[in-house]
Design a protein. Structure first.
Length: 435
């Protein structure tokens, strides 16, 4: 986690103190269940809660113990025993380290998902607001980066809204899939601990019991989770790249907000760069970088190894913290985005009406021309305009072969910009509902 790209709410989920608090709660809830089953004395379970519930664990002390034991869970349990005293011998009865580690990780991932879902709501709210604002703002649609046909800027934003709505749905599913608990002991057979302990801990921690674990919770769940984060990051980058293109000097259809006192270049005082969008592009790459190790972590030896552990210690905090920062930054970018409708119209008009070529093509076929002939007629009038040698409408009116099929009025009718937007309301209802 790099402070520059870290928000405190998400960072706190991954702090050592938080991790040890969760470990303690898992152990203490397990002790409660064991006490109810008569496996350990009830007073022992009460003592564990009473002496350690409100304790701030000594991270430095745990680290010191781990340097000797070379085992993080044993180091924690040793420190817990220093706090609880003799009754600590009843803690971790029949459990294995993975019971604590995996259940804790899933608690952290579900909490992280909750923050990310709230972030997505911010992005969606900003997109909806701006989409409705620019529902009918004409702009040029591009394919291959080249002018195609007219769209509205509101449609661009509605497209992003639908994309991030899907992202939210996927994250809800990924959160559910990773919200499992395993307290099944060595190799997952419950030989040393009753399955009812797992049920109790799962309920207490807001999880559900893992139907079958080995000595670890299956990592296909985590692969799904981090893959979902990677897809969301790609959506962030897709929108960021759109803004970067629109802010190019030659285009200047939209621009990131430039605050008072902000500087764009150390050398060139005139510069206003799309730094937020470029930042989001880079952050998205980092989130996606964790998808591959998450997929590879699915492949563990037999009932357990720890080849996944080192990767997860980095990917858990880094991927969630980075995406959290990126989503909040994206929401702010959208909310403050400067939009230039006049420039959009200027760009629409730049090719002298060529954006209406398909309408002319279809009109010719409706009047009896073959599609091949209609295409040739339209293209031979379009190419001079492309070279800057005339106006498309006027060239069509002067073309005797075109005039065999279309009158001047019929040709002019094909240049109606509003024609392209007759179904915008339909699309918006599909995306946003009837509101």
């Amino acid at each position: 986690m790099i402070p520059r790209y870290t928000r405190p709410e998400m960072a706190s989920i991954w702090e050592p103190q938080t991790r040890f608090k969760i470990w303690f709660e898992i152990e203490a809830h397990a002790a409660d269940a064991l006490a109810e089953l008569g496996t350990i004395p009830k007073e022992a379970a009460k003592t564990v809660w009473a002496k350690a519930k409100d304790v701030t664990f000594d991270v430095a002390r745990i680290d010191e113990i781990e340097r000797e034991t070379k085992h993080d869970v044993i180091a924690f349990l040793t420190h817990l025993a220093e706090i609880v005293g003799h009754e600590a011998r009843f803690v971790h009865q029949g459990m294995t380290s993975s019971d604590v580690l995996d259940t804790c990780l899933n608690v952290q991932l579900t909490r992280a998902a909750d923050l990310l879902l709230a972030d997505l709501d911010k992005v969606l709210a900003a997109l909806k607001k701006r989409a409705l604002e620019h529902k009918m703002t004409p702009t040029i649609g591009r394919s291959h980066g080249i002018h195609a046909e007219p769209v509205t800027f509101g449609l661009k934003l509605a497209y992003a809204y639908a994309e991030f709505s899907r992202a939210k749905e996927r994250l809800i599913v990924a959160r559910k899939e990773v919200a499992t608990c395993a307290i099944s002991g060595a190799v997952g057979t419950f030989a040393q601990i009753d399955p009812r302990v797992e049920q109790h801990v799962a309920k207490a921690m807001g999880l559900v019991p893992e139907p079958i674990s080995t000595q670890v919770i299956p990592r296909d769940r985590h692969a799904m989770y981090f893959s979902t984060l990677g897809v969301i990051a790609s959506s962030v980058e897709r929108f960021a790249v759109e803004i970067r293109h629109m802010q190019r000097t030659e285009v200047m259809e939209a621009e990131e907000f430039f605050s008072e006192g902000q500087k764009g270049s150390s050398a060139m005082p005139h510069k206003r760069n799309p730094v937020l969008s470029e930042n989001l592009t880079g952050l998205s790459r980092m989130v996606r970088a964790y998808v591959t190790p998450a997929l590879e972590n699915v492949v563990l030896w037999h009932e357990r190894d720890i080849s996944h552990s080192s990767a997860e210690r980095m990917m858990g905090p880094d991927a969630t913290v980075t995406l959290d920062f990126a989503l909040v930054r994206l929401a702010g970018l959208i909310d403050k985005l400067l939009v230039y409708p006049a420039n959009m119209q200027k760009n629409l008009d730049r090719l002298g009406g060529l954006v209406h070529s398909q309408r002319v093509l279809l009109a010719l076929t409706q009047k009896g021309a073959s599609r091949e002939d209609a295409y040739k007629l339209v293209q031979r009038n379009a190419m001079p305009v492309w070279r800057g040698e005339g106006d498309f409408l006027q060239l069509l009116k002067k073309d005797a072969d075109v005039k065999k099929y279309l009158t001047d009025a019929e040709i002019e009718e094909q240049f109606d910009l509003g024609y392209h937007f007759k179904h915008v309301d339909t699309i918006f209802k599909r995306v946003f509902g009837e509101s």
